[in-house]
Design a protein around this ligand. Structure first.
Ligand code: HEC
Length: 168
């Protein structure tokens, strides 16, 4: 082992040491950049809250979300299609989860008729017991979606009809 060789070995050692340092520091720079990005912008691999909400909104056919259109026109709440009157809020909260309020607004019935529809949904569609809210809901429905009397034909004048038996 001569002197020149010692110097060469030393140079070699120094060079690989530099390489190791450069490799390590570039690794640290990449890592630090990632951590700073994560700290400032949040986890880039998880969906943002807004994107998740938008996705949920797209999947739900029912229009009545908390962010829904709250405008009222001619006494009708536009998002649900329901008339704004006493009991509206409880009906909105109870009745617009499975189907649109417009399905309700299209129907007309007496209080008993509405109760029958509710019983039917309870029997067959998984509607839960409405408890003390039921009376308020029925009051609202009976008041705002009663059978329409206007525009129906006049009642039959029973005296004036000549009755006959079918098949004779
Ligand atoms: C658990 C789910 C659910 C809830 C909550 C619910 N309904 Fe329904 N309702 C249904 C289903 C399912 C139908 C059938 C829909 C169809 O035929 O497309 C229906 C149908 C109706 C209909 C149409 C009935 C007909 O003869 O065409 C009316 C009116 C109605 N619901 C009113 C209400 C009212 C009022 C409430 C609140 C008390 C309510 N619904 C709450 C599930 C529900």
């Amino acid at each position: 082992m001569g002197k020149p060789n010692d110097t060469q070995d030393y140079d070699k050692l120094l060079r690989s040491l530099y390489r190791a340092i450069i490799f390590l520091s570039s690794f640290i720079v990449v890592l630090a950049t990632g951590l700073i990005y994560y700290g400032l912008m949040g986890n880039p691999f998880s969906q943002s809250r807004e994107a998740t909400a938008a996705a949920v909104k797209r999947e739900m056919p029912v229009a009545d979300l908390p962010s829904a259109d709250e405008r009222i026109a001619d006494g009708i709440h536009l998002a649900t299609g329901l008339r704004v009157a006493e009991g509206f809020e409880v009906v909105r909260a109870t009745c617009t989860g499975c189907h649109s309020g417009k399905l309700i607004a299209q129907n007309r019935a007496t209080r008993d008729g509405w109760q029958e529809m509710i019983r039917w949904m309870q029997r067959t569609q998984g509607l839960w017991e409405l408890g003390k809210n039921e009376a308020d809901i029925l009051d609202y429905l009976a008041a705002n979606y009663a059978p329409v009397e206007i525009g129906r034909r006049a009642n039959l004048d029973v005296e004036a009809i000549e009755w006959y038996i079918l098949g004779e």
